[in-house]
Design a protein around this ligand. Structure first.
Ligand SMILES: *[C@@H]1O[C@H](CO)[C@@H](O)[C@H](O)[C@H]1NC(C)=O
Ligand SMILES: *[C@@H]1O[C@H](CO)[C@@H](O)[C@H](O)[C@H]1NC(C)=O
Ligand SMILES: *[C@@H]1O[C@H](CO)[C@@H](O)[C@H](O)[C@H]1NC(C)=O
Length: 422
């Protein structure tokens, strides 16, 4: 009798476990700056503009957006320039969708400033199209910003990536993200991160402890099993800074270090800025900050793993970004480690779009996993600035991200760090 019950319980549990696995569709999402060209057989992925538009127009009840700043419209586009039409389309779609009766749009954003304004969300609020909460990191942590970029639609579909809510992120800046459709369990987990921001946006004070409703079971130790495009995968979401993590939430930095440490064959990293230093915050400012640099060195030096780091260069790149990458690259004389920079060519001289023409990607791919993040690789981003990362364990997706990396690495836009010195 007991035996039969136990068997029944086991079978029931197995049935629940099987039926509880979501069948989701995963796709990479990219923005290509106008004019960039790759060989015809290069990987091509859905465009951020189209994905955001489809997510917005397909929404039935809710959209939650975590964002840094908002410039989807043409406030600072030079007169006559058409770079903002895609951003304006997304803005209008969000406005119209938000005005629908059954729709609830919530936006968490960083405190606006002159260089990081948020006029778009002011208009949403005025029209009654969205509820907006603003995070003031000076009050919450004494430093940092909300640098996260993600969307959750109908508690089902998710976008995570490097793209800001900025017209440039659709037309003049190179971005990489992922969209995952029909993935309620993952969406519910990401929503817990959103609720952390939403809570903080209420009075800009860190609570003594986070409620158990925001805790998660899905992390590096116990990732979430899902089907992605009909084959088995595991995923989890990491977050920074640590102060924003309820129990169980994977820490962004720890999880990136773990990803590098777990690689057996290769580690390919694309980040806009790689600076193993604390750059911005008070007493720590200027201090060397080595966790990620050390992990890359360990991989190449101790384990013979092939390491490639691709940074971005534009007119605002600090010299230290080039210098640190070059210093890692010097190890390439003795170990399998290489560094290069990706340069997006300028528009013709009659066209100047400010703060654009840069590779803004922030991802990592190894023989074991893919990782899509929102943070630059400097200390501040992991100590007091909010960001998230999506960790994916799935053969096909790893190969796709590797192909994206290699397309860029081998392209005409990628160069040695110092042209004249080697
Ligand atoms: C999954 O399917 C989507 C939609 O058909 C496609 O765009 C994407 O490339 C596929 N992803 C993988 C990893 O095969
Ligand atoms: C802007 O117009 C130019 C010239 O018509 C066109 O080549 C380009 O693709 C357009 N750019 C955008 C972002 O639509
Ligand atoms: C990091 O990334 C942002 C955009 O995401 C960029 O504007 C910023 O200047 C970057 N670099 C540093 C060192 O913070």
């Amino acid at each position: 009798m007991f035996g039969a019950t136990a068997v029944a319980v086991v079978i029931a549990a197995a049935v629940v476990a099987v039926s509880a696995i979501d069948s989701c569709e995963f796709a990479f999402v990219e923005s290509m700056p106008e004019g960039l060209e790759f060989p015809p057989d290069s990987p091509l992925h859905p465009k951020t503009h189209q994905v955001w538009l489809d997510l917005t127009l397909g929404a039935e009840k809710s959209i939650d957006i975590a964002s840094f700043y908002w410039t989807l419209r043409d406030e600072d586009v030079p007169p006559g320039d058409n770079s903002s039409w895609m951003g304006e389309q997304v803005f209008s779609a969000l406005m119209n969708t938000g005005l629908k009766k059954e729709m609830k749009i919530r936006i968490a954003q960083n405190k606006p400033s002159r260089i990081n304004p948020a006029k778009d969300t002011e208009l949403f609020v005025k029209a009654g199209a969205a509820e907006v909460r603003t995070l003031d990191f000076d009050k919450i942590l004494g430093a940092g910003v909300l640098h996260t970029k993600f969307w959750i639609v109908d508690d089902m579909h998710v976008y995570i990536g490097s793209a800001n809510m900025d017209y440039r992120a659709l037309s003049q800046v190179k971005e990489l993200g992922a969209v995952i459709h029909n993935c309620p369990t993952l969406a519910a987990d990401l929503k817990k991160v959103f609720e952390v921001y939403w809570t903080l946006g209420e009075n800009n004070r860190l609570p003594d402890s986070w409620p158990s409703s925001l805790e998660t079971h899905f992390n590096a130790k116990t990732p979430l099993p899902v089907n992605l495009n009909s084959s088995a995968a595991q995923v989890y979401i990491s977050s920074s800074p640590p102060a924003f993590s309820p129990a169980g939430r994977a820490d962004d930095l720890e999880s990136i270090v773990a990803a590098i440490d777990a690689a057996n064959e290769f580690v390919y990293v694309a980040v806009m800025d790689f600076i193993p230093q604390m750059l911005y915050s008070g007493p720590q400012k200027g201090k060397l900050w080595l966790p990620l640099e050390s992990a890359l060195r360990r991989a190449a030096i101790e384990r013979g793993v092939e390491v490639r780091l691709m940074i971005s260069e534009w007119q605002s790149t600090r010299e230290s970004v080039r210098a640190f990458a070059a210093s890692l690259g010097e190890l390439g004389h003795a170990f399998k480690i290489q560094t290069r920079k990706f340069v997006v060519p300028k528009l013709p001289p009659n066209r100047v779009v400010p703060f654009s023409r840069v590779n803004h990607n922030k991802y990592l791919v190894t023989d074991q996993q893919a990782f899509i993040g929102t943070s630059n690789w400097s200390g501040d981003y992991f100590v007091n600035t909010a960001g998230v990362g999506l960790h994916v364990f799935h053969r096909q997706i790893i190969l796709q991200l590797k192909a994206i990396f290699l397309r860029d690495w081998e392209s005409q836009y990628t160069h040695r760090i110092y042209e004249n010195r080697r």
